[in-house]
Design a protein around this ligand. Sequence first.
Ligand code: GLA
Length: 352
Amino acid sequence: MGWNSWNKFADKVDDQAVRGLADALVSSGMKDAGYIYVNIDDTWEGQRDAQGNIQSNSKFPDMKALADYVHGKGLKIGIYSSPGPKTCAGDEGSYQHEEQDAKTWAAWGIDYLKYDWCSADKVYKPSDMQAVYKKMGDALKATGRPIVFSLCQYGLQKVWEWGASVGGNLWRTTGDIEDKWDSMSAIGFDKQTTLEKYAGPGHWNDPDMLEVGNGGMTNVEYQTHMSLWAMLSAPLLAGNDLRNMTSAIHDILTNKEVIAIDQDKLGDQGRRFSKDGGGEAWSKQLSNGDLAVALFNRSEGMQSVVAQWEILGLKGKHKVRDVWTHTELGSFRDGYSAAVQAHGVILLRIAR
Ligand code: GLA
């Protein structure tokens, strides 16, 4: 869990913004809710010096000092590069400097690397991809510093089958998310299906960073986005400007019971178990024996969505709790059904 600069700032990110976001993570309560990583995405890169060492550009005058500042807040710091000669924004990549860059980042105090394929297809064949990612995975390990390794190659070459074996802790499963209902729902509802078995503690499918609070969806849709990512056990990297979010967005990002579902230590990736038009019921096994159940409505009007105990392998009566509102709804036999607003969700915890 953490924050990443790309979705809101893109190439406008700089040292001052990152410090401000680190401050805001703490003052907003996001850090206490579990958001720990402050990840700088593309466009921090400058030129290499005469010895080939990567340097930051003028937006980031001193990366070591910035890392110290972020660490001083009890947070961790992440950075971004590409195995190709250039990053997706056209800046310097790590091609032929993999070990050197890993050492530089470790010396700065970096705790997380997002490694984005970008221009690598100009110098490598698709079949080289595993070895290319392993090279950086090994280089990070060789630094002796624990550095989270985030693979970003849009789900090519069935990355979920080999991502963990090259040292990956998470891997993007699709192209880039956009701050739009259609983009978020296609990625979250449709494109993670069949990938469930590849997710688990230490190695996760990554449906991309959160767009919650960026303005292109309604708060109802952002609540659905957050609920879906929690059901998917997805990495939660906020992508909005935490320095000036509304209280509604703050509450969507920091609901403790929703985060507990996402971060549940079993690491089960949830799945759809029934569908009726735009109504979808999803379940996720939790470590204390409870089930998380989400009643989603993807349609344009109010719809009743049902979770039937039989499909979930449940018998008799079960206690149901509304996770967003922290309310016990009662004990129910056979199942639970509710009217769900358009593009909305009701997220439940069902006791065994
Ligand atoms: C790719 C990635 C994005 C972002 C940009 C930066 O598009 O998928 O998440 O990192 O590159 O250029």
